[in-house]
Write a new protein. Structure first.
Length: 622
């Protein structure tokens, strides 16, 4: 009886999920359901062996020996995973053999032939590591590991940029960029170590002082703002500044307070209505007292005229009138809300979101001395360390300006972005990822502190070369529970429900609507899980590996990434990473553009362009 058996250490440990682990780890194609049943039955037989039968088989295994007195090969040592052999076991010794494998804690990815005397005999195999099948014709064996084989269909479909000679020299598994279903869903512990970014103690001190030097002016301004509002409150209460009484807002760590007027987040001091809990930030308080409130100005209402369905498909517009029953939007009234002469601020009227009956009270979220204490500690640290090198980063002259003058912008680290006359900022800093050294961080910081974009080219040269092809992404994602996602139809900006398989299949094959126009779909913020690594573990490792200037860009270990500094239990903003995947056509149709529009994000954003796939077979006549 021939058995193609794949086990792992979980099976050896006897965990409850062994059967499913066997079934999932052995196949990539739906056609192998029969094979999975065989594995499931085999694992089930092992689990059902009672204690007495285990003792018998253990004793039999320990007493078994060859004529020369040596123990059988399959019991004398752990079997090395070898994909060039298949275990052929007689019926009566099946349970004995599998029990021995469990005792030896062996990782078996099959092949040994065993005769009736228990002597192992190796036989050749065409078992493909990619598709887990041996019936797809000729295979190429890797000479480096001498265990992995890839069949010709898999090499052609999943690795079009590799030749057979490259497979024979070093296979994708040895390169650590294999995209079979098992490798895509499992990350080697060594791979996880590669993405950990841990600066040494000296670097931590240097980075901490840099953060302190940059944020100190902001902390100083924040303290001045608090003193300013406390001074106003002392006049209202008729007390000295030190005797001002403030109420506690009682805000938990997992709660965020937003200004009801300008919608910004509130860090500490703010005013709130005791009746309706209308919250107002300090900036809005000052603007209201000055009679120049910006956060709650009248909305700019733009009338949208529907050009009709024909216009979306390239024809003349046929405007559709808005329904008469649609109520006109109410304009916000700001002239009725004014502060009192003594500085007090009444709650705004109901038309502006308040109750109109209370007086806003000054409240605090943090302990009263938090900002002043932090400011004093920061001043002491700056006196002790005297970060002259920090000031050099912000004040030194960048060498890029000299390159522009001398080479007329032909330097490889510069990219022309504008053609303004009498300007020295027409070029952007554009280093190549593979050429970035540790000393280039200061160069990056100089441009970043000026608010200039930085373009890093050829980031994939620093990775292991894992494929980002659409169908590879689907194979990595398809085993998760959620297979439906809401995509945006860029033609009319409506959401459509689509399976992940169809989305990735249409990415390369194309899809047309009833009018003959290509469907331009877009997935935003995908996958939907909070952690990118949960949905696509191998691609998550590949992504973090490709990040340049990890001091800023690493989502967990970036020491200069301020989002990492937030308290563990605090309500953190969702900073990603997330993927944006969109269709596109070579021709400019004038409708349904999938390019991300210019917008304002809540924080600095690092954007990576991983794949632009050109399909020359999809033509559309305009």
């Amino acid at each position: 009886m021939e058995i193609n058996c794949t086990t792992n250490r979980n099976l050896a440990e006897g965990t409850g999920d062994d059967v499913e682990a066997l079934a999932e780890a052995t196949s990539d194609d739906v056609e192998e359901k029969g094979s999975r049943k065989k594995h499931r039955w085999l694992a089930g037989k092992i689990e059902k062996m009672d204690e007495e039968e285990r003792k018998k088989t253990n004793q039999a295994a320990s007493n078994s020996s060859r004529k020369d007195g040596s123990k059988p090969k399959y019991y004398a040592k752990n079997l090395v995973p070898d994909e060039n052999v298949i275990f052929c076991v007689p019926d009566f010794s099946l349970l004995l053999f599998m029990e021995i494998c469990l005792i030896a804690r062996s990782n078996i990815i099959s092949l040994v032939s065993i005769d009736w005397q228990g002597n192992p005999i190796q036989v050749p195999s065409n078992w493909c590591h990619q598709c887990r099948r041996s019936d797809r014709g000729r295979t190429v064996q890797c000479q480096k590991c001498s265990s992995k084989r890839y069949c010709e269909p898999c090499m052609t479909r999943w690795y079009p940029n590799m030749t057979e000679e490259m497979f024979a020299e070093c296979c994708p598994f040895c390169h650590d960029n294999c995209n079979c279903i098992t490798c895509l869903r499992n990350v080697d512990p060594k791979g996880k170590e590669k993405i950990d970014f841990k600066p040494n103690d000296d670097q931590k001190v240097q980075y901490s002082m840099y953060i302190l030097h940059v944020l100190f002016p902001i902390l100083k301004r924040l303290n001045e703002e608090h003193i300013k509002e406390k001074t106003t409150e002392s006049i209202i209460q008729g007390s000295s500044l030190s005797d001002v009484q403030l109420k506690d807002a009682k805000c938990s760590l997992d709660e965020r307070i937003n200004c009801n007027c300008c919608k910004t987040s509130i860090f500490d001091l703010h005013r709130s209505c005791p009746s309706c809990h209308y919250d107002l930030c300090l900036q809005c308080c000052w603007e209201l007292r000055d009679g120049n409130l910006q956060g709650n100005k009248e909305e700019v209402i733009i009338e949208y005229r529907d050009p009709g369905l024909k216009y979306l498909h390239g024809k003349n517009a046929c405007y559709v009138e808005m329904a008469a029953e649609d109520p006109a939007p109410k304009e916000k009234q700001t002239h009725d809300w004014k502060s009192l002469d003594d500085g007090r601020i009444p709650c705004p009227p109901e038309s502006m979101g308040g109750c109109g009956g209370g007086i806003l009270e000054l409240m605090h979220v943090k302990p009263l001395d938090t900002v002043s204490r932090l400011l004093n500690e920061a001043q002491e640290l700056l006196k002790m360390h005297k970060p002259e090198d920090m000031r050099e980063i912000l004040e030194q002259h960048c060498s890029c300006s000299d390159f522009v003058k001398e080479s007329n912008g032909c330097d490889q680290q510069l990219r022309k972005a504008a053609s303004r006359e009498n300007s020295n900022d027409n070029y952007l800093y554009c280093p190549r990822a593979i050429n970035i050294q540790h000393g280039d961080l200061k160069h990056f910081q100089w441009h970043w502190s000026k608010g200039e974009p930085v373009i890093v080219s050829n980031v994939l040269e620093t990775t292991l070369g894992l494929s980002w092809e659409p169908m590879v992404m689907w194979r990595a994602f398809r085993q998760l529970k959620s297979t439906k996602n809401a995509a945006i139809n860029c033609l009319d900006w409506c959401e459509v429900d689509i399976s992940i398989h169809n989305f990735f299949a249409w990415y390369t094959d194309g899809q047309y609507d009833n009018e003959g126009w290509p469907k331009i779909l877009k997935l935003k913020a995908w996958p939907i899980s909070n952690l990118f690594e949960d949905g696509l573990p191998r691609h998550g490792v590949e992504f973090i590996t490709s990040l340049p200037f990890k001091e800023y860009t690493h989502p967990r270990d970036g020491y200069l990434n301020l989002a990492v500094k937030l308290p563990e239990k605090s309500l953190k903003p969702r900073m990603g990473p997330k993927m944006y995947i969109a269709y596109g056509v070579h021709q400019e149709l004038g409708r349904g553009d999938s390019v991300t529009k210019l917008h304002c994000d809540m924080a600095d954003v690092v954007c990576f362009f991983y794949l632009v796939l050109l399909n020359f077979y999809m033509q559309f006549p305009v």
